[in-house]
Design a protein around this ligand. Structure first.
Ligand SMILES: CC/C=C\C/C=C\C/C=C\C/C=C\C/C=C\C/C=C\CCC(=O)SCCNC(=O)CCNC(=O)[C@H](O)C(C)(C)COP(=O)(O)OP(=O)(O)OC[C@H]1O[C@@H](n2cnc3c(N)ncnc32)[C@H](O)[C@@H]1OP(=O)(O)O
Ligand SMILES: CCCCCCCCCCCCCCCC(=O)OC[C@@H](O)COP(=O)(O)O
Length: 374
């Protein structure tokens, strides 16, 4: 292991990275809160400001993937589709199989200049998570309760509000509704069998209602569906902790652009169309497993310097006062203030993972513990 790699795997480095992300995130949340009065005067101006503020935050995570871990993201797509990317609104359908699939998605958003405005159909619980969830609230992210009776109107209303959105956006839909696990796959394939649908090997059975309501409510606003299939070379199993540790992964994304007009309006036909799409996605994944390649040519946009510049800017801004505080503390020589600060730091170190545990059901925390202990 090289010296740099060793440094990247140190807990202290992770603590500093998380400190910069969380403190700058809360500061950005506060700035977003301050745009509320601007909404009263000019909604479009407030939206444009929020897009830039959201970029400041989400591109820090993109920088962590692209520059800290050096992960390579390769795009397989047709050149005639490529020219539309970043120049139109689109609904993105992505498989939900990895801890960092959203981060790879964000990386492509960054490269095509739509990161600040990118959106997702997310579960309601995420809107309460400080930093990311609060940022999404101001960004008009669409939340669902995963109760169709309520989501039917809730999701439709939120989507309708995007009709006068001032900048291009990609709207991400994880139609599988939850991240792939062998157990969920087994249950979902029982549902598929009971409905007489073909078995999928690499995906859960897609939930069709969210897709239908999204397509119907974004007609006239979104031009296409980007059918996106993500996988990793050499059977890599990437984790967020791995990225934080500076581990380099190799992501491959296959994207097909499908004009929205080709998608049926009728709910049952639209559902059947989505099931067929997932059968095709499954065959692409199978081909990838067999050959290590997706169909179609590789047209990869390079990573941009902007995410790194933004990250360095926020790191300097957040670490300077911390440095001043620590220097003042040590030079004061006061035992009381040193003890109070240590208590604060320990509370933060224990408190942040506890919050994490609360919000994410302990999945990542368990993995984190396993990796540290084992
Ligand atoms: C060029 C580059 C291109 C692309 C780059 C890629 C991406 C970048 C783009 C944008 C990035 C933007 C942001 C990313 C950032 C972060 C994202 C992070 C996190 C968000 C993740 C989530 O929160 S996922 C969870 C929330 N989302 C969803 O659930 C969406 C899918 N769900 C639905 O659509 C649902 O239908 C619903 C939520 C609208 C309603 O759910 P409900 O459960 O009430 O109804 P359902 O219809 O789903 O359920 C009843 C029917 O389902 C059948 N059933 C029962 N059990 C199962 C089962 N296990 N599997 C499948 N189906 C099942 C049941 O039989 C019912 O069927 P009927 O036939 O009777 O309807
Ligand atoms: C630059 C330093 C970065 C520091 C790390 C900060 C990490 C913040 C990460 C916030 C990521 C938010 C995305 C959460 C994804 C998520 O939670 O998806 C939920 C879905 O699967 C469905 O969940 P479920 O069906 O309930 O299991």
């Amino acid at each position: 292991m090289g010296l740099l790699q060793l440094l990247k795997s140190q807990f202290l480095c992770h603590l500093i990275l998380c400190y910069v992300f969380v403190v700058s995130g809360l500061f950005i949340n506060l700035l977003q809160f301050c745009t509320l009065p601007v909404w009263m005067v000019s909604k479009q101006l407030a939206r444009r400001i929020n897009i830039r503020l959201a970029y400041c935050l989400s591109s820090q995570m993109v920088a962590m993937l692209e520059w800290w871990s050096g992960t390579e993201c390769t795009l397989y797509t047709e050149p005639q589709s490529y020219r539309f990317y970043g120049k139109e609104n689109a609904i993105v359908v992505l498989n939900h199989s990895y801890d960092i699939d959203f981060l790879c998605g964000w990386t492509f958003c960054e490269r095509f200049g739509v990161l600040g405005s990118s959106k997702v159909l997310a579960k309601k619980e995420l809107s309460y998570v400080p930093v990311i969830g609060w940022m999404w609230y101001f960004l008009e992210i669409v939340f669902c309760k995963r109760k169709w009776e309520e989501d039917r109107t809730l999701v439709a209303q939120s989507l309708q509000k995007l009709h006068d959105y001032p900048e291009h956006f990609w709207f991400l839909l994880y139609c599988e509704g939850t991240r792939f696990t062998p157990k969920k796959h087994q249950v979902s394939m029982q549902v598929a069998e009971s409905k007489g649908l073909p078995i999928l090997k690499h995906h859960l059975l897609p939930r069709t209602k969210g897709f239908w309501v999204t397509v119907q409510n974004l007609r006239g606003k979104a031009a296409a569906v980007y059918d996106s299939t993500l996988n990793f070379q050499n059977n890599e199993k990437p984790t967020l902790l791995g990225v934080l540790n500076g581990e380099k992964y190799h992501a491959d994304l296959y994207v097909r652009r499908i004009p929205l007009d080709l998608i049926p309006e009728d709910e049952a036909e639209c559902a059947a169309w989505l099931h067929k799409l997932y059968q095709e996605k499954d065959s692409f994944q199978e081909q990838y497993t067999q050959t290590g390649r997706f169909p179609g040519p590789i047209v990869s946009p390079p990573r941009r310097l902007w995410s790194l510049i933004n990250w360095l800017f926020w790191s300097c801004l957040m670490l300077y006062p911390l440095g001043v505080l620590l220097t003042g503390l040590i030079s004061s020589g006061s035992m009381l203030s040193i003890i109070v600060s240590l208590v604060f730091c320990s509370a933060g170190t224990v408190g942040v993972p506890s919050l994490w545990h609360l919000y994410f059901g302990g999945r990542w925390l368990k993995r984190l513990q396993l990796e540290f202990v084992g």
